[in-house]
Structures are given as C-alpha cells and as structure tokens.
Write a protein that binds this ligand. Structure first.
Ligand SMILES: [Zn+2]
Ligand SMILES: [Zn+2]
Ligand SMILES: [Zn+2]
Length: 302
C-alpha cells in the first residue's frame, strides 16, 4: 500500500505493471520477459464463489505495547519469530503450532516483532523464463535460512469451486491451485484453497522442486483464512531459482499433508517434473482429494 514508483521497463502487460507498482523495487521481470495475463494482488482476495472473505477481521488483538511470549495474547503459544527468522513452530508433541501475527486490532505498532509476513517482500525477486519449466522466480540477493521470502497469494476458494476449476483444466494447463490442510488438535481438518491463476502475486511463478529451497507455513494475520507464507529452508544464493514442494512433503511439519494415495490417483493425468533434483520423483504431485467427491463436504468456513 506504499506510494512506490515503478520502472517503466518492467511494465509489460497489466499484471507486470501492477506488480511493479505494488512491489518495486522488490519484484521485477527479467529484461525482455513478457507478462502472461493475470491480475496482480500482493494479498489473498475473496474468490469468485464468495465462499470466504480473507479481509474479515477474526481476532480481538492484544493490548501490549511490546509483544513477547507469554504476556502477549497473540503469542500465548510461544514466539513465532526470532529476529527476522521463523522460530520453531512445533509444540512439545511435534504438532505444527499455528502462527498468529499481530493484527489490525492490536495496540502494538508496525515495528512489532510479531509482524513479519504482513510487511511483504523484503528481497528483490525476479520472474524469468526457465529452460524447460516455463516461468520461474529467482532471488537477486542472498536470503538466509529462515527468512520470509514471499506469500503464495490468490483467490481464496471454497472446496466446491476449487474442485470445479481443477476438473475444468485441460491436461496441458498449469495447475496453480494449492490445497493446504491443517490438522487441528480437536481432530478437525481445516482446508484452504488458494488459486492465483487469474488474480495472484509473484508466488504463482514458483516452480515445484522435489528438493525445494522454500517451505510453506500458514500464517494468520487478521483473518481465519491463512496466508500461505514461504520461508527459506536453506541459505539461498543470489540468482538461484526459488521453489517449493507442491505436495508439502518437505520439512513442512504436517501442515500441507496430502491425503493418503487412493486408487483414483493412478487415473489422474500426470505431468513430468523437470526440477533436476537428485531425488526427483519424475512427476509433479497432484492433489487427489480435488478429484474425488467425498460423501461429506470437508469445507470449513468457521
Ligand atoms: Zn502483543
Ligand atoms: Zn504485536
Ligand atoms: Zn498482537
């Protein structure tokens, strides 16, 4: 929301112009790269189906002026960040502990250490054309392990619309829809579907890797709808392509668990993976739950 200028050489198409306007100098297009048509949004937006509103403020906010565990009500389960890096987010039992940042109703200011993902991009990133994978996203500067890199933002969809869109895809279409499953202590499973196909941020240009350098953590700021925040899993050198595991297997705590393999998965269209990692599984992961029709609707919109 800052009044940043933008460099005209980056403006190639509406998406690129909007991206430059929002994020310059932190995200850019490689020279000569032409933008595919999409609408740029640095944050999640309500999906066309209107199932969920990511701008709805769901949390009361804390009243402290200097936020720290355990006094701060936003940090009652522990500090989320150590300096600018994500701290351990597992509890004693090995469960992923949800990350709540301070929000619009907290008394603390913008410099509160519990406001990290909401500050947006901190590193200069660049969209570029890869040799075999279409678009990719790389960093132009060094990123230390644990730092927040970018969000995976797009339309927030209900399960029915997510499934409808997946099923409408042609085999050659790229799938941008990500399904994140959070297993709550109550036994409830909370599912979030983000689709940056038509409206999204730089996260949509990330490629899959079987040995990725980013991992995804759902982070809540104002809304119950999590922001899908990508953190550096390792130190990342300038010029390196950024990637994450679409299936959520890597490092990632049990937050983006896949459902167990079903026989149905064998019939699903598989796309080759060109990540080049030693442990490459040869195919891109796909979310079989979006192809099946469960008896009970798993959608949770609490
Ligand atoms: Zn606080
Ligand atoms: Zn705070
Ligand atoms: Zn707070």
């Amino acid at each position: 929301g800052a009044s940043l200028g933008w460099r005209s050489q980056w403006a190639r198409g509406a998406g690129a112009a909007a991206m430059a306007a929002e994020l310059e100098p932190l995200a850019s297009w490689a020279p000569g790269a032409a933008a595919p048509p999409f609408q740029y949004s640095p944050e999640n937006v309500a999906g066309a189906d209107g199932a969920l509103d990511p701008t709805e403020i769901a949390f009361p906010g804390c009243s402290c002026l200097s936020c720290a565990h355990p006094a701060c009500s936003c940090l009652r389960h522990g500090d989320n960040y150590r300096g600018l890096c994500l701290g351990p987010t597992e509890d004693e039992r090995g469960f992923a502990r949800p990350v709540f940042e301070c929000s619009a109703l907290c008394r603390c200011g913008h410099s509160c250490p519990n406001r990290l993902v909401q500050r947006g991009l901190q590193f200069r990133l660049q969209v570029f054309q890869t040799a075999r994978k279409g678009w990719g996203l790389r960093t132009l500067e060094f990123i230390a392990k644990g730092r927040f890199v970018c969000e995976y933002a797009g339309e927030v969809l209900g399960v029915n619309e997510a499934r409808r869109r997946i099923q409408a895809q042609a085999p050659e279409d790229s799938n941008y829809i990500i399904a994140v499953r959070e297993h709550l202590h109550s036994g409830q499973i909370l599912e979030t579907f983000i689709d940056p196909t038509y409206i999204g941020n730089v996260g949509r240009f990330l490629n899959h890797s079987c040995e990725p350098n980013l991992f995804m953590v759902p982070v809540r700021v104002d809304s119950m709808v999590p922001r899908l925040a990508l953190f550096a899993a390792t130190d990342i050198s300038p010029g390196e392509e950024l990637s994450y595991d679409y299936s959520g297997r890597f490092h990632n705590m049990p937050v983006t668990n896949r459902v167990p393999e079903t026989s149905e998965e064998g019939n699903m269209p598989k796309k080759p993976c060109y990540c080049g990692a030693r442990t490459c599984t040869s195919f891109l992961p796909c979310d079989s739950s979006l192809f099946s029709t469960p008896d009970t609707c798993p959608e949770s919109s609490s």
